[in-house]
Design a protein around this ligand. Structure first.
Ligand code: ADP
Length: 321
C-alpha cells in the first residue's frame, strides 16, 4: 500500500458523542460453509475438504465491520426463537452493537446461508431467509428513536422490498445520510432510489443498474457515470480483487485492493460496505473512505468465514503500516 494511506485514514475523522455513527437494517444468517476444490456444476456432488459454521448475513457482517473499526452502532432485524438466533444476538452484543431492535420471532427459524468456497476463494451461496423475511414496517418505526440518534442509515435488500423502501423514506424524512447496498438486486422504486446519498454495488448489481456489462475498471468508470443519472451523488462499484471505482461529484476514481493471500471472499462485499460507511460518516470524504475500505476488505479475505474474518481497527492499522 502507498505510504500516505495512514495519514489519509486519520484525516477528518471525528467521533460522534452520545449518538450512533450508524444504524444498520437487514439480515442475520448462520453460514454453513464447505471448502471445496471446485464449485459444483448443476447436478454434481462435490465433497468438501473442510467445513465451518459461523455467523454472517449481510447486515450483521456490515454492522460488525463498522463496530470493529470503533463505530458506535445499532442494528434492526429479526432472528428466530432458536439456538442460532441466540448465537447471532450474542455475536452482535460481543462486538458492542446495540441489538435491542433485533427482535426474536417465535415459531420461525433464524436465516441461514449454505456456502461453498473454492480454492481461489470464490463462493456460491444459497440462503434461507427465515426470520429475515418478516421484518416489518412496524419494526422500522419502532426504531425511530435510534434512527433519530444515528448519523447514517445503512441497508441492503435481504428484506421485503416495501420495508426497504419504507426505511429509506423514513430516513430521508429525518434528514439522515442514507447508504444503500443494492444487494441482492431488487428493482426498487426510482423515486426512492434518488433519496440515497451513497450507493454501493458490485459488478452484477452495477450491470443491472447501468444496463451495461461491468467487468473491469474501465467499464465500472463508465457505469458510475450512467448510474449517477438516477440522481445519486455518491456511487461505489466494488470489483473483487481489482478494488473499487467510485464517483463523487465530478470525480471518478479507482483504488486497487492490496494483493493478499486469498483464503475466503465470503462477506468481503459486506466488509467493504461496513468499512466505507464508517469512514464516510466520520470523515465526509468518499475518496479517503474508499481508499481505506478496499484494504479493510482485502484484509478480510485472508481469513476464513464472514464475521470471523473481519479485522479490528488495530489489525487494519498494522496491515497498512
Ligand atoms: P461482493 O462480495 O459484494 O461481490 P467484491 O467481490 O466486489 O464484493 O469485493 C468487495 C471488496 O473486497 C473489494 O472491493 C476488495 O476490497 C475486497 N476483495 C474481494 N476479493 C478480493 C481479492 N481477491 N483480493 C483482495 N481484495 C479482495
Amino acid at each position: 500500500m502507498q505510504n500516505d494511506s495512514k495519514k489519509l485514514y486519520s484525516k477528518g475523522m471525528k467521533k460522534v458523542e452520545n449518538k450512533y455513527d450508524l444504524i444498520v437494517f437487514g439480515s442475520l444468517n448462520m453460514d454453513y460453509v464447505g471448502y471445496v476444490d471446485k464449485l459444483p456444476e448443476p447436478g454434481e456432488t462435490v465433497a468438501s475438504n473442510s467445513f465451518n459454521i459461523g455467523p454472517g448475513g449481510k447486515a450483521a457482517n456490515q454492522v460488525i465491520t463498522a463496530a470493529k473499526l470503533t463505530a458506535t452502532t445499532a442494528m434492526v432485524g429479526r432472528v428466530g426463537d432458536d439456538h442460532i438466533g441466540t448465537v447471532m444476538k450474542n455475536e452482535l452484543a460481543q462486538a458492542g452493537v446495540d441489538d435491542e431492535n433485533v427482535l426474536i420471532s417465535p415459531g420461525i427459524q433464524t436465516g441461514i446461508a449454505m456456502v461453498s468456497v473454492d480454492q481461489s476463494g470464490n463462493n456460491s451461496i444459497v440462503t434461507y431467509k427465515g426470520a429475515n423475511a418478516i421484518l416489518t414496517e412496524e419494526d422500522v418505526t419502532h426504531s425511530l428513536d435510534k434512527m433519530k440518534r444515528a448519523e447514517g442509515v445503512v441497508l441492503q435488500l435481504e428484506m421485503d422490498k416495501q420495508v426497504g423502501e419504507y426505511t429509506i423514506q423514513m430516513a430521508s424524512d429525518l434528514g439522515k445520510k442514507i447508504i444503500l447496498n443494492l444487494a441482492p438486486i431488487v428493482d426498487i422504486d426510482s423515486e426512492v432510489l434518488k433519496l440515497v446519498d451513497l450507493l454501493i454495488v458490485n459488478e452484477p448489481e452495477s450491470s443491472f443498474l447501468s444496463g451495461m456489462d461491468v467487468n473491469s475498471v474501465d467499464s465500472a468508470k463508465e457505469a458510475v457515470e450512467i448510474i449517477s443519472k438516477i440522481g445519486i451523488d455518491n456511487i461505489v462499484i466494488t470489483l473483487g480483487g481489482e478494488g473499487a471505482v467510485f464517483k463523487t461529484g465530478d470525480i471518478i476514481k479507482h483504488y486497487p485492493a492490496s494483493k493478499v493471500n486469498v483464503v475466503d471472499t465470503t462477506g468481503a462485499g459486506d466488509c467493504f460496505v461496513g468499512a466505507v460507511s464508517f469512514f464516510w460518516i466520520r470523515s465526509g470524504d468518499l475518496d479517503i473512505s474508499v481508499k481505506n475500505a478496499v484494504n479493510v476488505a482485502a484484509l478480510s479475505v485472508t481469513k476464513q468465514g464472514a464475521i470471523t474474518s473481519l479485522p479490528s481497527l488495530a489489525e487494519y492499522e498494522q496491515f497498512i503500516d
